[in-house]
Design a binder for this molecule. Structure first.
Ligand code: FAD
Length: 330
């Protein structure tokens, strides 16, 4: 096997999404040597923003709520730092709900804020994970090896299991069965540039209960894009049925179906993105899973939105919980 390129780190975190960055921040504040790696070019994972020419889109998560006090306190700090703000509280004609917050200017800004002062290596894909009883050895796609005293994996759970499988790291059947119960829905996202404003009422977004479209938002009204630009998210059922179809044809079909919602404006350009693991629909009951508990392996924790609740807030809480587990061991 190839030799590691540098001395072991205290914790290697796979994934620079919300869970990974939240865990990294907590652990490094305790003086631990933490490295975060991610296969994506930018930080944020499912908090993705995208550009088409001058148009800017929130492509993944659209907003978040804060239901726990400790997360609300964290949101308040982001608002102070200028990277988040309240977007809206309700749709027209609906009673007020939990405030919906957004990243400023895009959802990805929150991840960029969390990533400050963290060592994170982007475009760095982990390929396999194995251990010698003391240290984890994470082989990268580049064939480099990173050694770590502990690992947190925050990728969607099927991808985490694949990494362990590639390294021939066996998990006991009860843990494996528990993790295999976790399921995600997929989502096809269309980002379209328009030649004029939409007629979507304030706050510039609609969640639909039925039909092929689950969500449509106006990125210009939201304050994300300087020119008219909409994001359409297909429903879980539609996305599952069309995931392997020709993406441009699916994009055109969704635009046609959404057309009554954006008025007289015409689409002048569009792109389509498929999120295979968009949101968990079956989650685990714990805030994270210390997989190595009672096993002859160095500390390994699985975290992410499949654990502490299937959304933005859950991902952050799960990252914090994973950090807490390791702090007690390392
Ligand atoms: C279309 C869509 C709409 C959504 N809308 C909302 C919403 O409105 N409100 C809300 O609260 N939530 C929403 N969500 C869910 C929310 O985005 C997620 O719950 C949250 O971002 C998950 O964060 P995470 O850190 O758990 O996972 P991720 O953000 O998925 O982070 C995991 C990271 O691991 C990386 N990774 C995976 N495998 C490897 C590997 N082998 N090597 C290196 N890196 C790897 C990935 O690149 C990724 O960056 C939405 C999600 C999607 C996709």
């Amino acid at each position: 096997m190839t030799k590691p390129n540098s001395p072991p780190v205290d914790t290697l975190i796979i994934g620079s999404g919300l869970a990974g960055l939240s865990a990294a921040k907590k652990l490094s504040s305790k003086g631990l040597n933490v490295v975060v790696i991610d296969k994506g070019r930018g930080v944020g994972g499912r908090l993705a923003a995208r550009r088409i020419g001058e148009a800017v889109f929130d492509n993944g998560a659209q907003f978040f709520t804060a239901r726990s006090e400790k997360f609300q306190a964290c949101v308040n700090q982001w608002i102070k730092a200028g990277v988040a703000e309240q977007w809206y509280k309700s749709y027209p004609g609906q009673p007020n709900g939990h405030p919906r917050y957004r990243g400023v200017p895009t959802m990805a800004s929150i991840a960029k804020h969390l990533a400050k002062e963290q060592t994170h290596l982007q475009s760095t894909r982990a390929q396999s994970l194995c251990h010698d009883g003391c240290l984890w050895r994470v082989q990268l796609e580049s064939k480099k090896i990173i050694e770590a005293r502990s690992v947190i994996i925050t990728s969607p759970v099927p991808q985490a299991l694949e990494l362990l499988n590639q390294g021939d790291t066996q998990l006991p059947s009860p843990i494996l069965e528990r993790l295999q119960k976790i399921q995600y829905e997929s989502c096809i996202a269309v980002m379209a540039v328009l030649d004029g404003p939409t007629n979507l009422p304030d706050p510039g977004a609609l969640a639909l209960e039925q039909g092929p479209i689950a969500w449509i938002s106006d990125n210009a009204k939201k304050g994300v894009s300087p020119i008219p630009a909409i994001t359409i998210h297909a429903s879980g059922n539609y996305s599952a049925a069309h995931f392997s179809h020709d993406r441009l044809a699916v994009g055109r079909e969704l635009i046609e179906k959404a057309r009554p919602l954006f008025g007289d404006a015409n689409v002048i350009d569009f792109q389509v993105h498929g999120w295979l693991y968009s949101k968990p629909i079956i989650t685990d009951n714990d805030a994270c899973l210390l997989v190595s508990d009672g096993l002859k392996m160095p500390p390994l924790v699985l975290a992410g939105d499949a654990f502490a609740g299937p959304r933005f807030e859950g991902a952050v809480l799960s990252g914090w919980s994973a950090a807490g587990q390791l702090q007690d061991i390392l």
